[in-house]
Design a protein around this ligand. Structure first.
Ligand code: SF4
Length: 349
């Protein structure tokens, strides 16, 4: 096996030099439980000589995935509790998630939906299920935004994406369609004119939220894929997961956020890792995350600042969890500047 095709088994990654053959058996146990895929573009980014390589850590399985802690759960962000029709999650009043597909081009070892994604998952929504989801969206005038997530919606064929966009185009109160994807980074050549066309529809504004966690992921090819979409009128934002051993370092995160902005991708969310099974080796303490975020405040242009968020386990939605810079005390406000100095701001008389 070479690194020119997608690697899908422990044997494949050993054959491509990304796994010590002595560990084959233990990693096969992991892949029996959690699906594996590494695209050629991602494989090329991995330095096999570095045992701590941050790209490998995201995609090459580890025996630690078989260790599940008490607080971890199969559905960490509570999708099931908010699923009125199959494939649709309605957690917040003005937006829904549409999970049209359950496969991804790569499988992140820290994935929050690792129990749902992969070929063993629920597969693609059928035409009837999509119609039922559209009926639900049409019947609720408060739904302003539809977020295609998954699985990775950009693995769908342009024909299928067009069907979805045409369906949404008939619903006047839906103004925004957002796609959550890793494709521009992990398979940039797939972002061709046909695919980009399929992401847009008359009367709708399209956003693409790009998931990337390390500055090395923003290769020239990935940046060009983003530019092709943005040049065609698609707005882009970023999503990053704060991961131990991958990006838990202010200087590295600063490089990543700057790379997003240079690519015209506005930094949006920095996620605290979810309580997905077998992912404790990726989680850091929230206090450590807050310290990293505070260090970014002084270091980086406001354009580059993401919002540090936690998905509250059980389906209660996202909460911003960065340290608040202001507090009320003794009838006034005390506000902290980026280097830690405290200042008084008066209340309104
Ligand atoms: S791309 Fe998203 S849904 Fe797919 S494995 Fe990675 S985190 Fe999970």
């Amino acid at each position: 096996m070479t690194r020119s095709t997608t690697l899908k088994s422990a044997e494949d990654i050993a054959g491509a030099g990304l796994l010590d053959p002595a560990r084959l058996e233990e990693i096969e146990k992991v892949t029996q439980q959690y699906v594996l895929a590494i695209t050629p573009d991602v494989a090329k980014l991995i330095d096999p000589a570095d045992p701590e390589d941050p790209i490998a850590r995201q995609f090459v399985p580890s025996a630690r995935e078989l260790e599940t802690t008490l607080e971890e759960r199969a559905d960490p962000i509570g999708d099931h509790a908010h699923t009125p029709v199959r494939g649709l999650v309605h957690r917040y009043p003005d937006r829904v998630l549409l999970k049209a597909v359950h496969v991804c081009p790569v499988y992140c070892r820290f994935c929050f939906r690792r129990e749902m994604v992969g070929p063993q998952g629920d597969g693609m929504m059928t035409a009837e299920e999509l119609e039922a989801a559209l009926v639900y969206i049409r019947s609720r005038g408060e739904i302003w935004e539809v977020i295609l997530t998954g699985g990775d919606p950009l693995v769908l064929s342009p024909r299928r994406l067009r069907e979805i966009m045409h369906g949404l185009a008939t619903i006047p109160h839906v103004k925004i369609v957002r796609f959550h994807t890793r494709v521009p980074v992990v398979d940039p050549r797939a972002v061709n004119d046909d695919l980009i066309d399929a992401l847009t529809a008359s009367g709708k504004t399209t956003y693409v939220a790009l998931h990337a966690n390390h500055p090395r992921e923003l290769t020239e090819a990935a940046r060009s894929a983003c530019a092709r979409m943005i040049d065609r009128g698609i707005a882009m934002v970023s999503q990053t997961v704060l991961l131990k051993g991958v990006n838990d370092d202010p200087a590295l995160l600063a490089d990543l956020m700057r790379a997003f902005v240079e690519t015209r991708v506005k930094p949006y969310y920095l996620h605290h890792p979810d309580l997905a099974p077998g992912t404790s080796h990726f989680r850091l303490d929230i206090a450590e995350g807050q310290r990293i975020l505070a260090a970014l405040r002084g270091r980086l242009s406001g354009l580059c600042q993401p919002t540090y968020v936690l998905d509250i386990p059980g389906g209660h939605g996202k909460a911003p969890i960065g340290k608040c810079a202001i507090r009320a005390e003794d009838g006034a406000y005390r506000v902290t500047d980026f280097s830690g100095g405290e200042h008084v701001y008066p209340p309104n008389p």
